[in-house]
Write a protein that binds this ligand. Sequence first.
Ligand SMILES: [Zn+2]
Ligand SMILES: [Zn+2]
Length: 227
Amino acid sequence: MKCLGCKTEKLSKEFPSVTILDTCRHPPLHCFRCLIKVVEQQKKCPHPTCPEKVPGDCARLKEFQATVNRLFAEYTSTSTVDYTTAAAGASGGLQKISVVMMNGESISLSYNPSTTIYQIKLGIQQRLLHHVEKQRLIYNEVELKTYTDSGQLAKMGDYGVQPHSTVHLIIMLYAIPEHFNHAIVMCSVSRKTGVWKIDSLGTLSQGNAKNYEPLKATIRKLIQQGV
Ligand SMILES: [Zn+2]
Ligand SMILES: [Zn+2]
């Protein structure tokens, strides 16, 4: 999702789900940081066509500021921790999983139930140089999401990932848009790229790859869930 202020692609959780005022007549298209900056400096809603003035003691502004502080704390705590040390945790007991790409190549990663999905993705990023945000991890046909529905970092234990099991890695070259009818999905697999066209019924037509068959059903399921 692209912010109207900083023109940067950001995660949806970096955007408020509501506008700064209930009287706004537009969707919230500014990220938390841009919104807060404009409101603090200009005491008005940042939306270009919105005339609403925002009072300095606006409760929602304080709420948004608190959210930004929480997001920032989350980022710094996860990005400065080496995932292998964090994975060892207080109780030790590291287990292994195989992360398998769609061309069959695999790497082994250590984890314990308190290891976050984000740490696993960071580990994959370090080893395979695929950016965290472009990774989709599938375990038992379920996507291992970075965040839980309540916005907390999800852990391997939340998904009951078993030792020595296999997690499939899909690399998205493009994020699937919210309205994904007729979207083109591209999965880069090392040097290979597969292309799927999704029609309005969610049917996938396959591109040029051969080994993708086992994961096709999973991808279709994810798409139906609107992931
Ligand atoms: Zn922004
Ligand atoms: Zn507004």
